[in-house]
Write a protein of this length. Structure first.
Length: 473
């Protein structure tokens, strides 16, 4: 028998075999060459090792340089989407990695500035001297670490303060077709919301509207406490996507300092369009309305970056505008936004056509956190007025043709009698903010008068009178 001293201390044969079979590390090649240009807006490069999200530089024979981001790969081929116009490059152009991961600079120096998707200044001033550098994707929060939404946020708009009360850290959608006043309402929220600072992402909008929003809606006073990240419609899809990620990262940076941040993104639909361009360019299959699956992953991921911070420390209240193309409220982007957000504000074209501004239609609008923010009597008053607004809308045709007889439905009688007061409450001049306290007082006064009158003999409906739709409360 072998002694302890003679014990074989070598590794077992199985371990030796595995170690011998393990390949040597493959060196990471940081340079390659351009192989093809796809008309689907992508470039193909071979011989370069670059992870998804890396920024590469393509150098032409004449020294022309173009930056592009890695958006996909297949075997040894890397797909790049350029940041700008493709000129001066061709087959064999050198491709090298300049940034292995997407990152951005952050700091208080961004306040009062208008910057592009990569932090470049757009306002004619020197670049912000920011010191902090973070990845564009941010750091996800554990759902169990988030603080609750328990504090009312005063946005200065009567219809929202009273009927759709928002809380600090809420995510809400502003849903409407084109030309019904989204930008005007967004400007009111920017100026009148009681937040420490505002981060605005203008994604895919016309260049003229970007300048008009900054000069007219914000103004010098509003811009002083804001950060604007702009990526107009004429920039590449990859830069539009970077712009919305950068806006969220800026909001997260200030939230983690304990600030109450208002994040406005105009518009979430243009973000979806940018992701659709990228997804289809790298070969994703189209689904509803041509949107690839990555779009329906991107939107919830973006929305979850907003909200209350860890254990209630800081909050991002986010407002996303959503374009209902063709006034279709069942558009796939509208659907995914409604499912992911904490409520929505629907804007109505018929109200806008009647010069009712802001054109907020209570039918379809909801704040999912209102019940936990306001007192029970305020919630009851808001529900009562919403009921009167809705029952009038349901019976509007009967009322206009004279087919409804007073006394057939007491609630509808009240809705008809108070229609002008309800419209006056929901309307508001752009230049005039109304505080939450003043809105609450007006709301309670309206609800106190919104009670059915005792029917007189003359008001009793005839046996064959048209009965209005709807149930009594």
């Amino acid at each position: 028998m072998a002694s302890v001293d003679d014990e074989d201390t070598s590794e077992p044969p199985a371990v030796e075999a595995v170690a011998a079979a393990w390949p040597e590390p493959v060196p990471r090649v940081r340079e390659g060459s351009l192989a093809a240009h796809e008309w689907a807006l992508t470039l193909e490069a071979r011989g370069v090792h670059a992870p998804l999200g890396a920024v590469c530089e393509v150098v032409g024979d004449d020294g022309q340089r173009i930056e592009a981001e890695v958006v996909g790969f297949q075997e040894q081929t890397v797909y790049l989407m350029p940041f700008g116009e493709i000129k001066g490059i061709g087959p064999g152009s050198r491709v090298r990695v300049i940034e292995p991961t997407a990152h951005a600079k952050l700091g208080a120096e961004l306040l009062g500035r208008v910057v592009g998707p990569r932090g470049e200044p757009l306002d004619g001033r020197p670049a912000p001297d920011c010191k902090t550098i973070l990845g564009l994707d941010g750091l996800p929060l554990n759902a169990m670490e988030r603080g609750p939404i328990h504090e009312v946020l005063d946005v200065g708009v009567k219809a929202i303060n009273g009927m759709l009360t928002m809380g600090k850290g809420q995510r809400i959608g502003l849903i409407a077709g084109s030309g019904v006043g989204k930008s005007s309402l967004l400007g009111m929220l920017t100026r009148y919301t009681k937040a420490d600072l505002v981060v605005i992402g203008l994604i895919g909008e016309r260049g003229r509207e970007v300048q008009a929003f900054i000069q007219e809606s914000l103004g010098p006073e509003g811009l002083a406490r804001s950060v604007v990240v702009a990526a107009p419609a004429n920039v590449s899809a990859i830069l539009r996507l970077k712009a919305v990620q950068y806006a969220h990262l800026i909001a997260e940076y200030f939230r983690d300092q304990g600030k109450n941040v208002l994040l406005l993104v105009d518009s979430l639909t243009r973000v979806a369009h940018a992701q659709r361009e990228i997804g289809l360019a790298v070969g994703e299959p189209p689904t509803a309305k041509g949107y690839p699956p990555s779009v329906f992953t991107l939107i919830p991921n973006l929305i979850e970056r907003a909200g209350v911070g860890r254990h209630g420390f800081g909050a991002i209240t986010a407002v996303y505008t959503v374009l209902a193309e063709g006034d279709d409220s069942n558009d796939p982007i509208v659907d995914i936004a409604r499912a992911s957000l904490d409520g929505q504000v629907m804007l109505s074209r018929s109200l806008a056509d009647a010069a009712h501004y802001p054109a907020i239609d209570l039918n379809g609008s909801i704040s999912r956190v209102m019940q936990g923010l306001v007192e029970p009597e305020v919630q009851k008053a808001a529900n009562r007025l919403r009921r009167l607004w809705s029952i009038y809308q349901q019976n509007q045709d009967l009322i206009q043709v004279g087919a409804y007889q007073a006394g057939a439905n007491p609630d509808l009688d009240v809705a008809i009698r108070m229609r002008s007061e309800l419209e006056a409450f929901l309307r508001q001049e752009i230049e005039v903010p109304v505080s939450y306290e003043a809105t609450r007082e007006t709301l309670m006064n309206l609800a106190a008068r919104a009670v059915p009158e005792a029917p007189s003999q003359q008001q009793r409906p005839a046996p064959g009178a048209q009965r209005a739709t709807g149930m009594r409360l």
